[in-house]
Design a protein around this ligand. Structure first.
Ligand SMILES: [Zn+2]
Length: 179
């Protein structure tokens, strides 16, 4: 099993009515053995898993070994991203971050991951703007995931001097309340 270290976000640079079959056809013409992307997000927000995660894609030249590629349908150099697509992209990224233990610095727009020899505008400025906002939200959600320990347990595992201090404070409060 390959180790996943990055998620790359793309746009299809095509009309919003583009289908997965259309993309497959374009990639076959390039003589790639299969579609370049692992996930495709349609204009109705539906997420299609188009390539097994274990397989290498072809989304970013020279950077496919440890990456997963997510393509959002549309041309986001020209038009804004649809809300349904934003929601689905965020859910997909969050799910993959949890599954592969990734953080926000493992999430890239294609242009951020591209080699200097292969510059690109992908995924377009509108999607890059959304991706930057999304990183903040995803970072908050991932932070919450890291602290699942309930408060009671944390108090029990405190070093002795702290438990003693807590006990002492509780006693004083109880006394004050009784007065
Ligand atoms: Zn791309």
């Amino acid at each position: 099993m390959r180790k996943i270290k990055s998620l790359a976000v793309h746009h299809s640079a095509s009309p919003s009515t583009t289908t997965v079959a259309d993309i497959k056809k374009w990639h076959e013409k390039r003589e790639w053995p299969h579609i370049a992307y692992h996930y495709v997000i349609l204009n109705n927000g539906k997420v299609v898993h188009t390539l097994r995660d274990a397989q290498e894609g072809f989304g970013v030249y020279g950077k496919n070994k440890d990456s997963l590629h997510i393509c959002v349908i549309g041309d986001f150099t020209k038009s804004p991203v649809l809300q349904k697509q934003i929601d689905s992209l965020e859910k997909t990224i969050l799910k993959l971050c949890k599954k592969y233990k990734l953080q926000i610095w493992n999430i890239y727009g294609h242009l951020e991951l591209a080699l200097e020899s292969h510059p690109t505008q992908c995924p377009g400025e509108h999607l890059m703007k959304e991706l930057n906002l999304m990183r903040v939200r995803i970072s908050e959600k991932l932070k919450k995931e890291k602290n699942p320990i309930p408060l009671e347990i944390q108090v029990e595992t405190l070093p002795n001097w702290r438990s003693n201090l807590l006990q002492w404070i509780m006693e004083i409060i109880t006394k004050l309340l009784k007065r």
